[in-house]
Design a protein around this ligand. Structure first.
Ligand code: CP3
Length: 338
């Protein structure tokens, strides 16, 4: 087993494994080069040769312990009849604004329509050494529902909340449908080579504790319970979910991904039964190398001694200097447990 999978299983490792959310992306000159000629982002995702190449770019440059397949949380909505475009922010032309609109949302059963991703996973696996793990992913039900209802990234999420508060039972059922579709989608990814999966609940932070329990944690649990038999570690990343640490104590998954707002020592105490992942503020990478080194080492000191995966506390932004990522990664790669 490689270092990443050993950490997921709480086995002894020489140092924490490290990877970075959005490690394939615009901060890399080699990504921008391919992006310039390859057409739009969705075309890149749907072209396995290109998607596999950009997945591997950060592995070659930094030697991360895990690769995350190049795609987007929104790509599996297209087979359900959703008209999606990126420029680069996502836009949905036919959003689900009210319960009646749910009639035109048809997730394929059995799952189909993302064969490009299956091929990308196989190509990436062929291009990876055994010491590098391959991560598949999907969006969590609440986060996907916000895109389906709002049609774009939102600041206030008033349309999604309006749907939820005016039609609570229909919204529950909607979230269940999304959860079940994502179970089938993750199953497909594992069948084609994903050795771990991450569930991105990017917008759970838009909900207060009570609503988050009903609209985000409950359907995420449903998804996690139905993927327990996949036999791969599952990472639940709750972005902006620091107010929910105690609620996540019994999440049926192996790993909890922490965002950069969470205090790692507090999270270690609050979540003793989970492997933890995270959580340096990506903003620290805008500072000088000495500060990056210091903050990265401080993070490793606060982290649990076993069952820990080093990462940023959210996706890397396009303006982060490559040099800063290099400093972050090398600091972790040079670290050794006593
Ligand atoms: O390297 C990796 O992490 C794998 C690829 C990946 C992308 N999106 C590629 C991408 C992953 C794991 C995602 C997940 C994703 N997509 C999330 C969850 C993670 C998070 O940030 O909380 C969300 C919320 C989305 C939706 C999305 N996709 C947004 C809001 C945007 C626009 C913002 C931006 O970064 O420009 C995208 C576009 C997107 N997804 C890009 C990439 C590389 C930029 C496309 C381009 O190159 O023009």
């Amino acid at each position: 087993m490689n270092r990443f999978l050993r950490a997921c299983a709480r086995e002894e490792v020489d140092r924490p494994p490290v990877w970075v959310m959005r490690q394939a992306g615009r901060y890399l000159p080699e990504y921008r080069e391919i992006r310039r000629t390859a057409g739009d982002f969705l075309t890149m995702c749907r072209t396995p040769e290109i998607a596999a190449e950009v997945t591997l770019q950060p592995i070659r440059r930094f030697g991360f312990d895990a690769a995350i397949v190049f795609s987007d949380i929104l790509t599996p909505l297209v087979p359900a009849g959703i008209e999606l475009a990126f420029s680069p922010a996502p836009h949905i032309a036919n959003p689900i604004r009210e319960p009646a609109d749910l009639d035109r949302l048809h997730f394929p059963e059995p799952w189909s329509g993302t064969e490009f991703l299956s091929e990308t996973l196989e190509r990436v696996r062929d291009g990876l050494e055994p010491e590098t793990a391959l991560i598949g992913f999907c969006g969590a039900p609440w986060t996907l529902a916000t895109y389906l209802v709002e049609g774009a990234t939102s600041k206030s999420f008033t349309r999604a909340k309006s749907f939820a508060h005016n039609n609570p039972e229909a919204f529950d059922a909607f979230l269940d449908r999304v959860a079940d579709a994502m179970v089938a989608y993750l199953r497909e990814q594992v069948a084609h080579g994903a050795q771990a999966v991450q569930i991105f609940d990017s917008w759970i932070g838009a909900l207060g504790a009570e609503d988050a329990r009903r609209w985000a944690l409950r359907p995420a649990r449903r998804l996690l319970e139905a993927t327990a038999d996949l036999g791969v570690p599952r990472i639940y990343f709750a972005n902006g979910g620091s107010h929910l640490l105690h609620d996540m104590r019994d999440m049926p998954c192996e790993v909890i991904g922490l965002d950069w707002r969470a205090d790692l020592s507090m999270a270690t105490r609050a979540l003793p039964d989970h492997v933890l992942q995270g959580n340096l503020d990506p903003g620290v990478l805008m500072g000088p190398d000495a500060a990056i080194r210091e903050r990265t080492l401080a993070m490793l000191e606060k982290a649990p001694r076993r069952g820990y995966i080093a990462n940023l506390g959210h996706g890397i932004t396009p303006d982060v200097p490559v040099r800063a990522v290099e400093t972050f990664v090398r600091t972790i790669q040079g670290f050794r447990y006593e």
